[in-house]
Each structure stands twice: as C-alpha cells, then as structure tokens.
Design a protein around this ligand. Structure first.
Ligand code: AMP
Length: 281
C-alpha cells in the first residue's frame, strides 16, 4: 500500500492501473477510521482490482462554529487499518493542495440538501458535493462506496452523480454499530462515559421507530412523536431533528410509503450525533 498527498501521484498510479485494464474502487473518508470505514474498504476491495481511500478532513464542509479544529486525526492508525482492509493507495492531501487561496467553484445538489442536516448545517452538503466531485475527478473510480450512516449524504451524492452525468457507480453500505447499538462514528470519541451511555438513546429511538413501522404504524406523526418522547426522556440529549422523509428525494412524507428514511440528529452534551434507518414499505 502507498500513501501520497499529491494529486499528480494519484493520477499516475490510477492511469497505470487503468492501462492494465484494472478496475478502481474509491472510499472517501475524513480519517480517524473505524470499523464503519473498514467495511466500506473491504467491500471495495472485494468488488474492484484496486482500492483508493481518501483521508482528508474537508474544511469547506464544516460551518464556522463547528468542530473542524478538534476533529480527531490519526494517520498512522488509519494507514494500518487501510492496509489490513485491502486498500492499495491512500490519498492524504493538505487543505492547500485541495483549495487554492482563490478557490471559487462549488457544486450544490439543491433540493436533497434542504431538509434534515441541511437545515442545521446550511453549507455542509455544498462542501461535501464539492470535495467529492474534486476527488472523483482526481481518482476517476469505477465505483465509490458510501455508508448509509450518512443517509442524506448518500442521497445527495447519488443526485449529484445523476444530474452531472458522472460515470461512477455509487454503492451504499449498511451502518456498522457498536455491540450495544451505537452507530460507529469518529465523533464518538468526544463523548465522556456518561455521555456515551446517554448516546444510546439515538439507536434505541431508531430501533423503536423501525419496529413501529414493521408493526404497521405508518403515520409519521405517531412514529416521530413516540421517538421524540423517548429521546427527550434522556436528560443529556437535545433533539436537532427527528424526521420521516423519502430516502431518495429527502422530502418530508406524512405516511411511511415507498423508500422511507427515518433520520435523527441529537446533541449529546456538545457532540452532535446522527442515526437512521431505511425501510421499504
Ligand atoms: P466520514 O469519515 O465520517 O466522512 O465517513 C466516511 C464514510 O464512511 C462515509 O461514507 C460514511 O457514511 C461512512 N461511515 C461512517 N461511519 C459509518 C458506520 N458506522 N457504518 C457504515 N459506514 C460509515
């Protein structure tokens, strides 16, 4: 496995692979890798001849008062995980490599970015689309792997790829959880012991909501009210949103019908966590 911070190195390597007829899978990440990321890399390695992982904390997807400076980083541990999971190349640029001082071109997937995280993080998906578009142009993969953990991000990327005719297959991968249910996240490291316990309320609410829908309760109002009540019973939790939307369009729906996404974002102390489930009704 190799690692580079240079765009040109990635281009040369991928061209060499392509000239031999090899397929390329790509896993974009912000590093501090855990088993969630690992599952994406393992899947990419199983489905492609070569795998590129990007490891880059993308400044333009963070709002001004968000956790860009404190976002956890550990490139040595990331290298070990990538190598063991079957990656061939890590792209680990510095921000200056990705963004010229007068950088001025952005990609925005409008409607799918409007609800859920787009409401509380208004410039977030513009930052995500822009960096993923750039990374796609650098790596030129056949397939790119994204976790359902960030379900709205997955919908936004699918929309961007469709709308801009990018010839890349987007592969969605299931949420990897801790044994007690908490969705794995680099941000879980912010939680102290008490908060870590309180954070279980997200997965509990998600599982409860899923159970309700499986039992035939389809009214969004009923399902979401019950889920909100459960989260509000946890003193350390503060709801950002608990919503039911169509999983492809990210438009609010009043009844569980079609491809349904129930997504939650909850503050546990000063840490904002997300979780969700998708169900075909
Ligand atoms: P991040 O480093 O948080 O930007 O995540 C990089 C990729 O890993 C995204 O596609 C995420 O959805 C995915 N990912 C993060 N956590 C998990 C998880 N617990 N299960 C599955 N995929 C995940």
């Amino acid at each position: 496995m190799e690692i580079t911070g240079l765009i040109e190195d990635v281009r040369v390597k991928v061209k060499e692979w392509r000239s031999k007829g090899l397929s390329v899978g790509f896993v974009p990440t912000m590093g501090f890798l855990h088993e969630g990321h690992e599952s994406l890399i393992v899947k990419a390695a199983a489905e492609n001849d070569k795998v590129v992982v990007s490891d880059f904390v993308n400044p333009i997807q963070f709002g001004v008062n968000e956790d860009l400076a404190s976002y956890p980083r550990d490139i040595e541990a990331d290298k070990r995980l990538c190598e063991a999971a079957g990656a061939d190349l890590i792209f680990h640029p510095i921000p200056e490599t990705m963004y010229a001082p007068d950088f001025s071109t952005f990609v925005e997937a409008q409607h799918v970015s409007a609800e859920l995280c787009g409401k509380s993080r208004p410039t977030h998906f513009r930052g995500v689309c822009t960096v993923v578009c750039k990374l796609f142009h650098i790596v030129m993969p056949d397939r790119a792997y994204f976790g359902q953990k960030d379900a709205q991000q997955l919908a936004v990327i699918r929309r961007m790829v469709r709308d801009l005719d990018m010839d890349i297959e987007i592969v969605g991968c299931p949420i990897i959880r801790e044994a007690d249910g908490l969705a794995k996240s680099s941000r879980n490291t912010y939680l102290n012991e008490e908060e870590r316990q309180a954070a279980l309320v997200l997965s509990k609410a998600v599982f409860y909501g899923e159970e309700m829908i499986k039992n035939g309760i389809v009214e969004a109002d009923t399902v979401l009210t019950e889920m909100r009540r459960m989260i509000e019973a946890e003193p350390l939790a503060k709801i950002d949103y608990v919503e039911m939307v169509n999983a492809d369009s990210i438009e609010k729906i009043e009844k569980a019908e079609g491809n349904v996404l129930i997504a939650v974002a909850v503050w546990i102390g000063t840490t904002r966590l997300i979780d969700n489930f998708i169900i075909e009704v």
